[in-house]
Design a protein around this ligand. Structure first.
Ligand code: FAD
Ligand code: 2HG
Ligand code: ZN
Length: 484
């Protein structure tokens, strides 16, 4: 960090008096961490790429405690980083210098569930998988699913506006979140938890917090509209020979599978080679190495109906020569195992030691062009070699949520270095801008993309963002050094 930003001296340095105050606020729980070893998890991100130097983690158990903490920090100009499950991929959830980490992990109760409307109200620190398991017992499903579900928090999901594996079916959190409870930097508690599905009375304020990445306040409660849990799931894993075929299969899937299509994910062959090494398993498609793979999930209410639709669709796609090979999961275990070839890619991407991640939106026709362009650039620089330990880059791989126009370009490396970064940036961002894409589809800007917002937002938009930030956080205590 030190090479990129300087500590802003407007922020007070923590002292014993501050810690005593927080101890008094959190007297009923063990929510204070000051031990250097224990602090490491909170200071470092999932990729082990960003590391701050916070001396203090606070774990409030109630919204009132969050309010007291923020009011004190605001008065004393102590900077704060809200943290959920710390699975974010843009360095947004970690301190840069000595900011206090405010972890939501103990604010983790389900508040209520209405089995008629499907509205779940919960604390922000509930783990996504826990919320989904609770909903499963009631015949419902959380309208978001992602590989980090076992660690990420519902509040973190809202703060990042996470997209995930089924956005194609359930839409974005901007639609399914009905209300929020959030603490503003001065300690004021904003509450719209009782909002109804339809409410056209004034600005939709909760939207400001969805995707705000901890820069406007701390989300403490979430009210979300949940769909009925599908009774029948199918997963097909297909091999295709070109990116054009990926697009044609997508058009066909939307037409023929229509209302039961719940995920359409793609992976390039290189991502599967790394995943096979990571999982230490043979690939489920044994007939050869293909340049592209597709995972299609259907979910509906009638297994026979769904099976028939999927089989007819795949039969047609094979007859037309779009699909070279494929398998359909025969039971729940195989559903899980096929999904793991997609969900394990983020972990597999770090196999060499590190990874540069670019999470981008692009017009579908241009989506894979970015991976090819990045590869060309790396090849020309002579720094890439899958099994050549002397090269700093292992491989550039592409995969993602094709159904949402969202590509994940991962440049897998043996070490983080300025040399690699210079080859990739701003090249990648310029390429995206030239295609009118977005430099962040679903992970946010965080620290990684703080200097690049201009590639996707106009000066007027950036000014409006800053105006809102300055209005609600005039002392700038919330998640500083990040994108605002
Ligand atoms: P954190 O990482 O702790 O925080 C993320 C940001 O939100 C930070 O800026 C933080 O300050 C802020 N924040 C967190 N909680 C709060 C709160 N209560 N109030 C205010 N601000 C808060 N993302 C996707 O969109 N789609 C995917 O498919 C996906 N898959 C992933 C798979 C893996 C294996 C991993 C490691 C990550 C994946 N992610 C994905 C990224 C990440 O999981 C999501 O961004 C997730 O929503 C972050 O939640 P979290 O609780 O871990 O938040
Ligand atoms: C996914 O879709 C996540 O698996 C993570 O958004 C993507 O690690 C990445 O680049
Ligand atoms: Zn993703």
């Amino acid at each position: 960090y030190a090479s990129r930003v300087q500590r802003n001296e407007i922020y007070k340095k923590l002292d014993d008096k501050d810690v005593d105050y927080f101890r008094a606020v959190l007297s009923d729980n063990n929510g204070i961490i000051t031990d250097a070893d224990d602090l490491l998890f909170y200071n470092e991100d999932w990729m082990r790429k960003y590391r701050g130097q916070s001396q203090l983690v606070l774990k409030p158990k109630t919204t009132e405690q969050v309010s007291q903490i923020l009011a004190y920090c605001n008065e004393n100009k102590l900077a704060v980083v809200p943290q959920g499950g710390n699975t974010g991929l843009v360095g947004g959830s970690n301190p840069v210098f000595d900011e206090i980490v405010l972890s939501l992990s103990l604010l983790n109760k389900i508040r209520s569930f209405d089995p008629v409307s499907g509205i779940l109200k919960c604390d922000a620190g509930v783990i996504l998988e826990t919320a989904d398991q609770f909903l499963a017992e009631n015949g419902y499903i959380f309208p978001l699913d992602l590989g980090a579900k076992g660690s990420c928090h519902v509040g973190g999901n809202v703060a990042t506006n996470a997209g995930g594996l089924r956005l194609l079916r359930y839409g974005s959190l901007h639609g399914s979140v009905l209300g929020l409870e959030a603490v503003l930097p001065d300690g004021t508690i904003y509450n719209s938890m009782d909002s109804l599905r339809k409410d056209n009375t004034g600005y939709d304020l909760k939207q400001l917090f969805i995707g705000s990445e901890g820069t406007l306040g701390v989300i403490t409660g979430v009210s979300v509209l949940c769909p009925s849990r599908p009774q029948a799931f199918n997963v097909a894993f297909l091999a295709v020979s070109s990116y054009e075929a990926v697009q044609e299969v997508f058009v066909g899937a939307r037409k023929e599978l229509s209302e039961i299509l719940s995920a359409f994910e793609f992976m390039d062959g290189k991502s599967q080679i790394l995943t096979a090494r990571h999982l230490k398993l043979d690939h489920p498609i044994e007939s050869g190495d293909y340049p592209f793979y597709i995972l299609i999930e259907t979910s509906g209410s009638n297994k026979e109906h769904d099976d028939e639709k999927l089989e007819t669709f795949l039969g047609n796609a094979m007859e037309e020569g779009l699909v070279d090979d494929g398998i359909i999961a025969q039971d729940d275990a195989q559903v899980k195992s096929l999904w793991s070839w997609r969900e394990s890619i983020p972990e597999a991407s770090t196999i060499g030691g590190g990874v540069y991640k670019y999470d981008v939106s692009l017009p579908l026709a241009d989506l894979y062009g970015l991976v090819e362009a990045a590869n060309d650039k790396l090849q020309k620089a002579g720094i890439v070699g899958l099994d050549d330990e002397t090269k700093p880059v292992v491989e550039a791989i592409g995969y993602g949520h094709v159904g949402d126009g969202n590509l994940h370009l991962n440049v897998c490396v043996r070490e983080y270095s300025k040399e690699i970064e210079k080859v990739l940036e701003p090249f990648v961002y310029e390429w995206i801008q030239s295609k009118k894409g977005s430099i962040s589809a679903e992970h946010g800007l965080g620290f990684q993309k703080k200097n690049y917002i201009g590639y996707s937002k106009s000066d007027i938009e950036i000014k409006m963002i800053k105006d809102i930030k300055n209005h609600y956080d005039p002392n700038g205590i919330m998640n500083p050094y990040k994108y605002v």
